[in-house]
Design a protein around this ligand. Structure first.
Ligand code: C5P
Length: 301
């Protein structure tokens, strides 16, 4: 029986600048994405026409919905509808990416489901077609298809790759429970109520740091406008960040809408040392290491 397997990376935001909400409720963003080598695996197997199922193992398996609200199922249904095919699919997802952790885990699974079903059903959709569907599914989904280093504008769904140097060694500290993205944006609005209306811009200092490939410069340029809001909702994040900084991380930042904390290290040895220290510190639930950038979702069988 045919099975298509797709490996799909977590995303992090090296810079995330957020503007005032638009009339549709979304916030305009200027962000610098990086895909990192922390992967979920999505398998697609044939099913009866109209039958769409999903099973989940691994990180967060008890909190991922298994019904039609699952983003990977929505991706499969959307592709079938737009391609006008009478197909079904049985998806199975093995997760390493934290659920509701600010790492686009669900978005990445959706990107993978698009690719997997496209291959399973022999559709040969173009990149543009898949990216268009990805943008309908969520703001981070197009980037998860593309990967690497990229700038995201609009609500995050308008993605263009950037030329950058270097490979970066990250340590990720997972929190015990996730955060809801809309809740974090709502808290951002409350905190940001007095800020003047301005279009968010990609910080030049981060872009030039990425062009040099110097992890020290990139570490200093990490920035997330949502960080104060995530700390308001989860004050414990502050302790995690402080622990990593005291241990000599080159830079630290909350991942996307949090609550995962990211630390940039000088090399793999430094990353191992920090990961070991964080693991025994009691300031987080779980520690992961990953380097980036890596490509986006890819069929591996
Ligand atoms: O696009 P996505 O479905 O992943 O977004 C989830 C939620 O996060 C949105 O419903 C919205 O509340 C918030 N969001 C936002 N501005 C963005 C992206 C997401 O307010 N640019």
């Amino acid at each position: 029986m045919t099975t298509v397997t797709v490996r799909t990376p977590a995303k992090i935001n090296l810079g995330l600048n957020v503007g005032r909400p638009r009339p549709d409720g979304y916030h305009p963003l200027a962000t610098v994405y990086q895909a990192i080598a922390l992967y979920d695996e999505v398998k697609a197997r044939p099913a009866q026409p109209g039958e769409f199922t999903v099973s989940v193992t691994g990180e967060g398996q008890d909190v991922v919905p298994l019904d039609d609200t699952n983003l990977a199922v929505r991706a499969a249904r959307l592709l079938a509808k737009r391609a006008k095919v009478n197909e079904g699919v049985a998806l199975s997802i093995h997760k390493l990416i934290a659920v509701a952790g600010g790492l686009a885990g669900g978005s990445s699974d959706a990107a993978a489901a698009l690719l997997a079903c496209d291959a399973l059903w022999g559709l040969h959709s173009s990149r543009e077609e898949l990216t268009g569907l990805a943008a309908e599914l969520g703001s981070d989904v197009p980037f998860c298809l593309i990967g690497g280093n990229a700038i995201g504008t609009g609500r995050g769904e308008v993605v263009s790759s950037v030329l950058a140097r270097g490979s970066y060694e990250w340590v990720l500290a997972y929190a015990s429970t996730g955060l809801s993205t809309p809740e974090v944006f709502a808290e951002f609005d409350r905190l940001d109520a007095v800020r003047a209306d301005e279009e968010p811009e990609v910080p030049e200092v981060l872009m030039s740091a990425l062009r040099t490939g110097d992890p020290y410069a990139v570490g200093m340029a990490l920035h997330n406008d949502l960080q104060p809001a995530t700390i308001r909702l989860r004050p414990a994040i502050r302790r995690t960040i402080e622990f990593g900084e005291d241990f000599g991380a080159l830079g630290s930042v909350v991942a996307g809408s949090g609550p995962t904390c990211l630390f940039l290290t000088a090399d793999s040895e430094h990353a191992i040392d920090l990961a070991v220290a964080l693991s025994s510190s009691g300031v987080c639930r779980l520690v992961q290491r990953a380097n980036g950038p890596v490509p986006g979702a890819r069929v591996v069988t």
